[in-house]
Design a protein around this ligand. Sequence first.
Ligand SMILES: NC(=O)c1ccc[n+]([C@@H]2O[C@H](COP(=O)([O-])OP(=O)(O)OC[C@H]3O[C@@H](n4cnc5c(N)ncnc54)[C@H](O)[C@@H]3O)[C@@H](O)[C@H]2O)c1
Ligand SMILES: [Zn+2]
Length: 348
Amino acid sequence: MRTVKIKLGENSYSIYIGKGILEEFNSLFSSKEARKALIVTNNTVWNIYGKRVIDSIKDGFTKVETLILPDGERYKTLRSVEKGYKVLVENKFTRSDCIINLGGGVICDTGGFISATYMRGIDFYQIPTTLLAQVDASIGGKVAVNLPQGKNLVGAFYQPKGVLIDVNFLETLPKRELSSGWSEIIKAGIIGGEDFFSILERGKYPLITAIEKAIKLKAKIVKMDEKDKAIRKILNLGHTFAHAIESATNYRRYLHGEAVAIGIMYAIKLGEAIGVTDPSLKDRVKALLERFNLPTELKKLNPQDLIPYFYVDKKATTSSLSFIIPLKIGDVREFRNITPEILGGILK
Ligand SMILES: NC(=O)c1ccc[n+]([C@@H]2O[C@H](COP(=O)([O-])OP(=O)(O)OC[C@H]3O[C@@H](n4cnc5c(N)ncnc54)[C@H](O)[C@@H]3O)[C@@H](O)[C@H]2O)c1
Ligand SMILES: [Zn+2]
């Protein structure tokens, strides 16, 4: 088992990564006090893993309740959050009890938001079951749900008490979802530097090592900038484009990681257009994304149609747009002076 520590003073916690470590949950996250747990999950994950998870954790709690939401981003809503509050109140959960999120990013975000807000905050643990959630969504303490007006519009910075990453969960994950997670690992590789990126290019490493490296990078950055004010923004590489692509296609055509893959390629094009990006970067990144069956260009969508969506980005002002651009492997920065003309040029 490998351990990565997120060091944030009194909000510090450990991330445990391994194969077949679900059964260790109670020994890793034991508590002196007797407490109840609410498992937040969805029907897909619950049908496959519910019994195994209950058997693994039940001895550590006086009672285990469940909130089984329908599967899908569509249910990352305040309505699901309210359902959670209802179960918590009905079962008299107090701040000394806890929540355990079991699922992909949708569940980690929804259950995390319930945890951040119920009684002004209750302990929670993440058991991410998709690759994307294991390397990204379950760590760093950003929790949120969507509003009809847009994605992740209500949320909080609220750290879990611990994260358990068991790669065995990935055995049942659909291939496309697995690739989607690889996209965030490749993003981390571009930010992390040659060591990390070239390991990915060589392709000879255990999955656990790639997951650990991506998490270590995120841990390092979150430690420097927990609240996303400065350097943490570079983790959004590819995401301004990705969010526009996801919105323009109503979240139906691309998985998040697929949109990020296309977004990374656009960020590189933008960097080339303003003359800051190393000319060799594009081909290297494209080749790696393609190796993981990720898309690298938009299909059946006019890139110009993305433009209105950039103006609702959290970082935007009306006269200039902010983008995260890679200069080379290991050097990724925010550029705030992207004009609509430059952007329009690369989306032609
Ligand atoms: N908070 C953050 O820092 C952060 C970071 C990245 C993404 N996110 C959020 O994460 C969400 C996307 O997460 P995701 O890609 O994990 O999608 P997801 O949660 O929708 O999961 C993808 C699909 O896989 C299924 N699934 C999950 N685990 C499985 C398993 N082990 N076997 C079989 N099927 C399984 C799910 O039921 C779902 O159908 C988005 O809402 C995004 O905003 C948050
Ligand atoms: Zn992402």
